[in-house]
Unconditional design. Sequence first.
Length: 337
Amino acid sequence: MIEQVPLSPEIASAMATARDLAESSRSQNTRDNYRSGWNQFLRFCREHHPTHSTLPAPPAMVALYLGWLRDQGRAAQTLRARAAAIAFYHRQAELRSPCDHKFVKDVLEGASRKDAGREHGRATVTLDDLEKLLLRLPAPQTLLDKRDLAMTLLTFATSRRRSEIAALDLAHLDFSRRDFLFIRIAKSKTDQHGVGMNVGVPRLAEPLRRVCAVRAIEDWLDSCGARVMGKVVGSGPLFRAFSIDGELQDHRIEPRVVAAVLKRLYGKAGFTKEHIKTIAAHSLRRGFITSADAAGSTAAEIMAVTGHRDRRMLDRYTNHDKTKNPPLLRMFGEDQR
């Protein structure tokens, strides 16, 4: 038997630090998504092929699982996320990933090609849509109503993802300028290292007061006791959860609440169930981009708010640049416009 030599305190500390750094290479949200995706794959295997190995999993099994997901109506993005989870757990076990197999890669590539250009039935909530929605709703009276309105308007005004809205803290608010509220986005999908960025939300005057995110945030903070005499007090999450009985809680909302709130507002406004099904938190992000583009904002100006890194991601929602100086009209001269 080989006698193990005890590690020195310095080496033991270095090993612990290395493990901690490796664990920090992925965000908590990513690790949670991997765990959820892996557990879903395990359930599929237990229900459909209980005698087959899952670690390592045969490439054919993974391809079958991806095909099954597709039959359930899942998009290519979901298939890629599940494959990433499977690959992660194989690497953790120091096993070759079945997702590296050519057939599995072809399945994912095929799904992406079929999904190219598809909208997946999700609605786009533009500024005009938002104004029409609010006109059908009474002014918020309860704490819950005020939180829901503030959350919805801020999500639109900053065009941020639902996870970024849920992660906002009171410390991320800067009211130092009367005409702007600055929001600190500490971390995002395209900023995994947490460099962060600031987004300026302008205070809107009449007749746009009803859709002013700054005023809605102030009303929410004043009502829940997080702002006194115009100053933010205390710490913790900006948007707190409510219990089933309607009691305000201390902990922050889950990201899914952003979509649930928007759907609830559409329900209160009397929209059909079919329409509400098309509403998602991303509807506000898309709507901001579409509205800003229609108002003549450049891609760079829009990306400074949304946090997009790749201009091509905006092309699905923007048309303004495509209508400036079109070649066909230039052929006939400016007087033909």
